[in-house]
Ligand binder design. Sequence first.
Ligand SMILES: [Zn+2]
Length: 54
Amino acid sequence: MAIADEFRQCRTCGYDRGFHTSLHRIAAGHPHFRVVLICPECGTRYDARWVMEL
Ligand SMILES: [Zn+2]
């Protein structure tokens, strides 16, 4: 996704107070998780392409 100065507004419904986050394990037994942003208003998911190691 293209990000201007700040990614805060949902492109589906226009909600602009920030997102919920969810972590998805990349693969079973894998130590890395991908961070997914979820619009609390309409539920649209955005893959932030952040990867965390837990
Ligand atoms: Zn939304």
